[in-house]
Design a protein. Structure first.
Length: 145
């Protein structure tokens, strides 16, 4: 028979992992977007400087350089790979900043008996500390002081 404490532990573990997953999704999306924009601008800058330095003074070389600039600036791959790199960076950053909640939530979800209760209590304390610190500024140092 499934006890109420076991159901409560699993529920708290799911809530903790849900909060972590949502946070990781949002941070990943934001970092991927920023990294994509930065990667695109770096690529455009590199291509621009590469095509502006012509070794010969000829119309043919100038036209090749102009067409090369047009072709290389439309390449979506540098932006795509920068977004992937930024997304992975954001995901790992989010998991790293929530390491205690990840550990306690996993323990609450998959732990048996006493370990599940320890995980649920740890998850509840971790999430309550986040709410108090970020929502009500308990324990935060005011940068104005």
């Amino acid at each position: 028979m499934v006890s109420f404490a076991n159901i409560a532990c699993k529920t708290i573990g799911l809530v903790g992992l849900g909060q972590i997953s949502y946070d990781a999704y949002c941070v990943t999306k934001a970092k991927a977007k920023n990294a994509g924009v930065a990667g695109h601008s770096e690529h455009i800058e590199k291509v621009f400087y590469d095509t502006r330095s012509i070794n010969e003074a000829s119309m043919f070389s100038r036209e090749i350089s102009r067409r090369s600039l047009d072709l290389r600036t439309r390449n979506p791959l540098p932006t795509f790979f920068a977004k992937i790199k930024g997304g992975i960076s954001g995901f790992l950053y989010s998991l790293g900043s929530n390491i205690f909640t990840v550990a306690f939530s996993t323990l609450a979800l998959f732990g048996k008996n006493r370990w599940g209760k320890v995980g649920a209590i740890g998850t509840a304390i971790s999430l309550a500390a986040k709410i108090l610190r970020n929502g009500f500024a308990v324990g935060k140092k005011n940068p104005m002081n």
